[in-house]
Write a protein that binds this ligand. Structure first.
Ligand SMILES: N[C@@H](CCC(=O)N[C@@H](CS)C(=O)NCC(=O)O)C(=O)O
Length: 212
């Protein structure tokens, strides 16, 4: 049994999408990051980093329970366990990791920071907004170039690299970004968003947000 601690966030949504795509049943446990539940002692006891998502596999390696943070690590764990959405070896597998690390160390942090400085910082700091806006546009241009040559992020097949990219592109509004200048990302986004399992994952994390 899989339990996923999550909210309707760019990093969280990847895990339900991956589980839906892999055909694995799971239980979602809401952690309302808007209310700070990720920093409460009961949650910190299972994830000292105080962030979502978090996966609990009650039947992990050796039949022992496994608790795992970091969306990228969770997706690799699930892909290796099921043999799905990650080529077993060779250049195609390396490309999946290349795209995942590009997103997790480049795109995600740039969008997270520009969103913070535009929407949540207690004062407007133009140099910070400009720095992360420029970096977001730069990494979008890089991804657009990749997707000009490939149907999916890492090649001809849908993989966990597409799921990693999808998270922040789904939440690009938070960063105040759109896809108007990036036709290849827009083409890819539309294709990924149309997948029924992606729709199911989005619907389930969206339902975690209480009505205002
Ligand atoms: N590198 C982590 C990032 C996790 C992360 O930053 N999660 C955000 C939601 S998208 C969060 O929990 N934010 C609340 C906080 O930082 O207190 C991952 O990919 O799982």
């Amino acid at each position: 049994m899989y339990k996923v601690y999550a909210f309707a966030t760019p990093n969280s949504v990847r895990v339900p999408i991956a589980l839906e795509e892999m055909g694995l049943p799971y239980e979602l446990k809401p952690v309302n990051v808007r209310k700070g539940e990720q920093k409460q002692p009961d949650y910190l006891a299972i994830n000292p980093n105080g962030k979502v998502p978090l996966l609990v596999d009650t039947e992990g390696p050796g039949g022992e329970p496994l608790t795992l943070s970091e969306s990228g690590a969770i997706l690799i764990y699930l892909a290796e366990k099921t043999g799905q959405l990650l080529p077993r070896d060779g250049a195609e597998r390396a490309r999946v990791f290349e795209q995942m690390f590009f997103h997790l160390t480049g795109i995600g942090p740039a969008l997270g920071q520009v969103g913070f400085f535009k929407r949540q910082a207690s004062e407007q700091i133009p140099i910070a907004i400009n720095r992360f806006q420029t970096e977001s546009e730069r990494v979008f241009a890089v991804l657009d170039g990749v997707l000009a040559k490939r149907r999916f992020a890492a090649g001809d097949a849908f993989s966990i690299a597409d799921i990693v990219h999808f998270g922040w592109l789904w939440r690009r509004d938070f960063a105040g970004l759109d896809l108007n200048n990036w036709p290849n990302i827009a083409r890819w986004y539309e294709m990924i968003e149309a997948r029924p399992n992606v729709q199911a994952g989005i619907a389930k994390v969206t339902a975690l947000v209480p009505p205002t």
